[in-house]
Design a protein around this ligand. Structure first.
Ligand code: G6P
Length: 613
């Protein structure tokens, strides 16, 4: 995904910008560029640009052999959405000699805006939506607007998502930035200021940050930062981030797994940023070819391993209920050795944290010989084999996951899969109104997860009751069955307690025979149509002396009883419930393992990335 860095200082900024881009490399990109306001021999300012396709070190070498120099500048790593990866399509984009800008996000109405601009005589060099923004700003500048006024007027015409940073050699002492749907943070220095799409990019120059809010526009000068929101000047707090624990440090947490569980609100937000506008999902975020591919899809085949396969099972319910599209989910090690019958119009989807799991890769290679519409990888590693070998991909923004038991990778996979279900549903009759409602729910997700994490103390207390147990059952109905499966997998992976998940309706067809007072039974009970049936299944357990731990949506007011311990989960919509209810089960397994004293981050016999069959 794209990354932005900008700087305005008394000193040379090119190395600061390049270092910032290096720090954003982990997000994945295909080209990079930098623009600085330099000075001609006569002292007049001009914008000088260097762009390259490929890695940031290519840009670094190109910059080294150029005369690029300046104290004000912007830089960008691009992940192609409109137009292939090329030097012309790489950012910064220009309008004439005066304006350059970098942009993260997708402008949905760019074609309409572009045709108006073409009629007015603007020529386009690139295939990007971003170049349109540069010309719109230019159009206002020639009418006499200041750069700030021009950006303010321009963003009013944009639909979709953007994080923007603009420079103009006629106003060489400022950066103008704007955010809506794509994150931007201002790095505050002394006599110098910075901007980036991720504070990590600025760790080498400052520890003080202003997090811009949705709809903010800011003018950044060396000594002053001014911010407007809905035409009013506003003050935003400066936050000091003394040391940002990177993905490879535990920071204040005892284990990586706990840190990664607590990172979920942030990484889910980062996964949604730029993929979802206020009212709709941005399907080009799946890649340039994605819309044409999605147009052909009549069914979906998902293939994955381990936790990632559970994400696939949840997605099956969303695809069928939201998109009305049939979906089949297979374990990669099984799929790769089967005779597969491909229905016409089937999209092949792999899900993987690492993108290097041997069975998943082998399944992709097998599938490529079959008649699928295309292959889509949902993956956490931009440079992985799976992403490189698939036709299109969508990255989860979980950051590096160190704990062997997957947590944040899973919930970010679910976020992307929900976006995918909505994108496909558009083609099967989902109205704009319904899409808006679903997107509104998606925007609530980071906050609901944050609230759910507040259950950690309560869960730690009950976890003590599991530490001497050898077996456990996890129950869920419908879309919550894969959630129960994921909960059981977490418990067995890190606490070595045998845990088995069952669809609650299947209880009486076998597992009920196992229930006694030594068998803890965990159930997930969101507020949905199956609640009555689930409650009936749970009574079957307590009637046989089983001890139940029920994670229940607080709105249903499920009461604790002698053999039923209810843990109230913050209320959420049905659509978010699989993601939200995963979190308390992650916490449960973590605290049980902690009590048992197992090696939480490196459970015995397991590997983070299984690159052998
Ligand atoms: C291993 C890991 C699991 C992971 C599975 C699939 O078993 O321990 O956490 O879910 O591999 O890995 P992938 O990288 O393809 O998601």
């Amino acid at each position: 995904m794209c990354g932005i860095v900008g700087a305005i200082a008394e000193r040379e900024v090119r190395e600061i910008l390049l270092e910032g881009l290096k720090r954003l490399e982990y997000r994945g990109y295909d080209s990079a560029g930098i623009a600085l306001i330099s000075q001609k021999k006569n002292g007049d300012p001009f914008i000088d640009t260097v762009k390259t396709v490929g890695k940031v070190n290519k840009l670094q070498s190109a910059v080294k052999s150029s005369k690029l120099s300046g104290r004000v500048g912007i830089a960008h790593t691009r992940w192609a959405t409109h137009g292939k990866p090329s030097v012309t399509n790489a950012h910064p984009h220009r309008s004439g000699e005066d304006i350059a800008l970098v942009h993260n996000g997708i402008i949905e109405n760019f074609e309409a805006l572009r045709s108006v601009l073409v009629k007015e005589g603007y020529g386009f060099e690139s295939d990007t939506d971003t170049e349109t923004i540069a010309h719109l700003i230019h159009q206002r500048r020639v009418k006499g607007d200041s750069l700030l006024e021009a950006v303010k007027a321009t963003v009013k015409r944009l639909e979709g998502a953007y994080g923007l940073c603009v420079i103009d050699n006629n106003e060489p002492d400022k950066l103008i930035v704007a955010r809506s749907g794509s994150p931007l943070v201002i790095g505050v220095g002394i006599g110098e200021n910075f901007v980036a799409s991720d504070p990590l990019a600025l760790g080498q120059v400052t520890d003080r940050f202003i997090y811009l809010e949705e709809g903010d526009i800011a003018q950044i000068e060396r000594e002053e930062i001014s911010i407007w929101h809905k035409s009013k000047k506003v003050k935003r707090e400066i936050t000091t981030v003394l040391h940002q624990a990177g993905d490879t440090e535990k920071g204040q947490y005892q284990h990586f797994m706990l840190k990664e569980i607590f990172e979920q609100p942030r990484v889910i937000q980062e996964t949604l940023d730029g993929r979802v506008s206020k009212t709709s999902v941005l399907e080009q975020a799946f890649g340039i070819e994605a819309p044409a591919i999605f147009d052909q899809v009549q069914s979906v085949q998902i293939v994955a391993c381990g936790t990632s396969s559970h994400a696939g099972l949840v997605a099956k319910y969303w695809l069928e209920s939201i998109a009305k599209i049939p979906c089949q989910v297979d374990i990669a090690s099984d799929y790769r050795y089967r005779d597969i019958i491909v229905q016409p119009g089937t999209l092949f989807v792999t899900i993987s944290q690492s993108g290097e799991t041997a069975d998943t890769l082998a399944a992709l290679r097998y599938a490529k010989k079959l008649k699928y519409v295309a292959s889509l990888a949902i993956c956490n590693v931009a440079t992985s084999s799976l992403v490189r070998e698939s036709d299109i991909s969508m990255l989860t923004m979980a950051g590096q996951e160190i704990g062997v038991a997957s947590t944040k990778a899973f919930t970010t996979q679910l976020a992307i899969l929900l976006v995918m279900a909505i994108v496909l549903a558009r083609r099967t009759g989902l109205s704009a109104e319904k899409e808006k409602k679903l997107v509104k729910e998606l925007h609530k997700l980071p906050h609901v997860i944050e609230k759910t994490l507040g259950l950690h103390r309560q869960i730690k207390t009950i976890s003590k009751q599991f530490s001497d147990k050898h077996h456990s059952l996890f129950l869920g109905r419908g879309i919550q069955y894969p959630v129960a499966k994921e909960g059981a997998l977490k418990l067995k992976e890190i606490s070595y307690i045998h845990a088995e998940a069952y669809p609650a309706g299947e209880l009486k067809h076998g597992p009920l025979a196992l229930v006694d007072n030594k068998m803890p039974v965990v159930a997930v009970a969101p507020n949905n149509d199956l609640l009555g049936k689930l409650k009936a299944n749970l009574s079957e357990v307590s009637a046989r002396g089983g001890k139940l731990y029920v994670f229940a949506d607080e709105s249903i007011k499920y009461q604790s009883e002698k053999r039923i311990k209810v843990i109230n989960v913050p209320s959420c919509s049905e659509i978010l419930a699989p993601i939200v209810f995963t979190v308390p089960l992650q916490l449960l397994s973590y605290y049980v393992a902690l009590t048992k004293g197992t090696d939480v981050d490196h459970p015995r016999n397991l590997a983070k990335s299984v690159t052998v069959e």
